[in-house]
Design a protein around this ligand. Structure first.
Ligand code: SF4
Length: 365
């Protein structure tokens, strides 16, 4: 019989997570979060609100809990139900989202709310497989909603859980290369209280097995943890070799009129930061393609005494951007389609962070 070639991180080699010990810890230490039902209330039969859980999970993608708190409060006070959000104007949703980044999420949020209302009568589907068919809901979010709201026994693996499992199993490769292993390792431990288990692992990663320190002495799952037996468990997860992000550069043109208003315009409906608000600007040149560290001279949209205000840096997921910021005082509109916006109203515009940085640069003058 041929020898079975086992993966070096085969889960059969690793003792599982003690779900009972973890849940006992969670019962006394769960973080109080506005979208969460406490373990005590859950035991009394209080059900989580799927709209709140879904909204928070979409917001938490790439964003921290403290940042999400105020956005969650603003969204749920303005749109308390999924029906309210579905009926909202998409531009209002984008404006309320401004600053959270990854704006495709906001557009999908609105599309998803509409689908839940139109096709499911306002009730979210209850299984991860069905939830996956909704806009903006991927494998992680579908599992999180199904587990937290409906106790479906599925593995929920976010960044915190990745780290806990990497340490717990002393994973000897970067997590991004071992995703199936991490998921199946968690899956084998998921108990009936699947929602509380998912949240307990997230809380453990956020508080005890934290990114920069591992407080193993008070960890409820220390007994079977392989990482705590090593010299320093925070050496896990093993980091992948760093790749430098490609660089792009361009110009941004800020025009202010005599009334103290700024000229803004809408970005195209498709592509990066689609349908968001911006100031006029040049193409964002890929520096590798133009084989230069400097960018072509600016082609100003209107004539005038343009002042160079310096530059700003912004890092997107796939590239790092440098924009040279130019300012002109003029009553002439620099582009055909756009609008003047009072400086004091700029917070209400759907301006992504990169353009907030551009405007802040001109206000330093
Ligand atoms: S024992 Fe330490 S390293 Fe292991 S899971 Fe707990 S805090 Fe993390």
């Amino acid at each position: 019989m041929p020898e079975i070639n086992r993966h070096k991180n085969d889960k059969s080699n690793k003792p599982p997570i003690d779900a009972a010990a973890l849940l006992a810890w969670y019962d006394n230490n769960a973080r109080a979060l506005p979208w969460r039902v406490s373990p005590a209330d859950r035991a009394r039969g209080v059900a989580p609100n799927p709209y709140f859980v879904w909204l928070s999970e979409i917001m938490l993608q790439q964003t921290t809990v403290p940042t999400v708190g105020k956005y969650f409060a603003a969204f749920t006070s303005r749109w308390p139900t999924v029906q309210d959000l579905a009926a909202a104007d998409r531009d209002d949703v984008l404006k309320e989202w401004a600053g959270l980044g990854y704006y495709a999420r906001a557009r999908n949020l609105h599309a998803c709310a509409n689908m839940v209302v139109d096709e499911f009568g306002g009730d979210f589907p209850q299984t991860a497989a069905e939830l996956m068919n909704l806009p903006g809901i991927g494998p992680y979010t579908s599992a999180a909603i199904a587990a937290i709201c409906y106790d479906q026994q599925v593995a929920v693996v976010d960044g915190n859980v990745d780290r806990v499992v990497a340490r717990f199993t002393a994973l000897d490769q970067p997590v991004r290369d071992a995703k199936p292993f991490v998921k199946s390792f968690v899956q084998q431990s998921v108990p009936k209280r699947a929602g509380d288990f998912a949240q307990s692992l997230m809380d453990l990663g956020a508080t005890i097995c934290a990114p920069k320190r591992a407080n193993c002495l008070i960890c409820p799952i220390a007994e079977n943890c392989q990482g705590t037996k090593t010299a320093d468990p925070t050496n896990f997860p093993v980091m992948p070799a760093k790749k430098q992000k490609p660089k792009r550069a361009g110009h941004a043109f800020v025009v202010e009129n005599a009334k103290g208003e700024i000229w803004l315009q809408q970005r195209p409906e498709k592509g990066l930061l689609a349908a968001m608000t911006e100031v006029p600007g040049s193409e964002w040149h890929k520096l590798a393609e133009i084989k230069s560290d400097t960018i072509p001279e600016p082609e100003f949209p209107i004539r005038g005494e343009w002042r160079n205000c310096g530059s700003i840096e912004h890092v997107f997921t796939h590239f790092a951007l440098t924009l040279t910021v130019w300012k002109l005082n003029s009553d002439e509109a620099p582009t055909q389609k756009g609008w003047w916006s009072k400086k004091q109203n700029l917070d209400a515009e759907a301006l992504p962070t990169v353009f907030k940085k551009v405007l802040a640069k001109t206000f330093e003058e």
